[in-house]
Design a protein around this ligand. Structure first.
Ligand SMILES: Nc1ncnc2c1ncn2[C@@H]1O[C@H](COP(=O)(O)OP(=O)(O)OP(=O)(O)O)[C@@H](O)[C@H]1O
Ligand SMILES: [Mg+2]
Length: 258
């Protein structure tokens, strides 16, 4: 199983959309995929039709002492082959309640080891804040996928996550490859074009050479989990399909792919 952590220290940049779109594309290609919703807002969980009340079992129980097994808290989604460990509002106070128990930073990694043979990919949707959940997600990750909105303010979130990733990377033997996906790209605006150019210059080699366009159809879960579009299909979903090609190639060939 490969673990891809989708994170950025900025909100609203397309993390949840990216996690769902990539998850849907992977399943369409025949992979078995597990999604983890690490965000207390639980938008991914709710878009998959699981209500916030009463709180579902999910990520929180993986941090219990002793923890529940991941097989006991995961559930089906509307798409066959795509499974979910739900996010809950209680994740917002996990850090305060869990305190400084030893080994807490590896709880997710240990939980995922239990299903390493059952899934081809685990995709982790992070909250925009650097805390216990993001630290867990980065520690477990084989690859960090960073959706980044193509607008000037988004550079700060990108620099933040890049710093965090390089710290994590230095603290472990296998490193942590980072793949930046430009999102919400409006090619008609100069500011989007300039931001993209600057992003590519600053993070040379780590940025996808294309971008996910603004496409309102990406706001519909039926699109995100729908079949791969033909050449005339929705532009947004087509772009995610190409983004997946790039990520798979990066995994396959190391970091040599531009
Ligand atoms: N390419 C796109 N085109 C149009 N709308 C998009 C696109 N990507 C995301 N959106 C919309 O933008 C909003 C923010 O996207 P999303 O929830 O994926 O971001 P996020 O980074 O997960 O946000 P948060 O930090 O709040 O978790 C959502 O309403 C989503 O439907
Ligand atoms: Mg989100």
């Amino acid at each position: 199983m490969r673990i891809w952590t989708v994170a950025n220290q900025k909100g609203g940049v397309g993390k949840t959309t990216t996690t769902l779109a990539l998850g849907g594309r992977l399943v369409m290609r025949g992979f078995r995929v597990l999604l983890l919703d690490l965000d207390p807002h639980a938008s991914m969980t709710q878009s998959l039709g699981i209500p916030a009340e009463p709180p579902p079992q999910g990520i929180l129980e993986l941090f219990d002492e002793p923890p529940l097994g991941i097989l006991d808290v995961m559930r089906d989604t509307p798409m066959a082959g795509l499974h979910l460990v739900a996010g809950q509002a209680g994740l917002a106070t996990l850090e305060r309640r869990a305190g400084t128990r030893p080994g807490l930073g590896r709880a997710l990694g240990r939980a995922l080891e239990q299903v390493a043979d059952r899934y081809d990919y685990a995709l982790l949707d992070c909250p925009p804040t650097l805390g216990l959940l993001m630290v867990n997600a980065l520690a477990a990750a084989d690859r960090l996928v960073v959706p980044t909105q193509t607008e000037p303010l988004a550079q700060f979130g990108l620099q933040g996550i890049a710093r965090t990733a390089s710290m994590v990377s230095r603290s472990r033997s296998r490193g942590l490859p980072m793949s930046i996906l430009p999102t919400l790209y409006d090619r008609r605006t100069r500011i989007a074009q300039d931001t993209l150019t600057e992003m590519r210059a600053r993070f040379e080699g780590s940025v996808w050479n294309d971008a996910i366009p603004v496409d309102t159809r990406l706001r519909e879960i039926s699109q995100l989990l729908g079949p791969d579009p033909g050449e005339n299909g929705p532009r947004g979903l087509l772009a995610y399909s190409r983004a997946l090609d790039w990520l798979l190639a990066c995994d396959h060939l190391g970091e040599a792919v531009g």
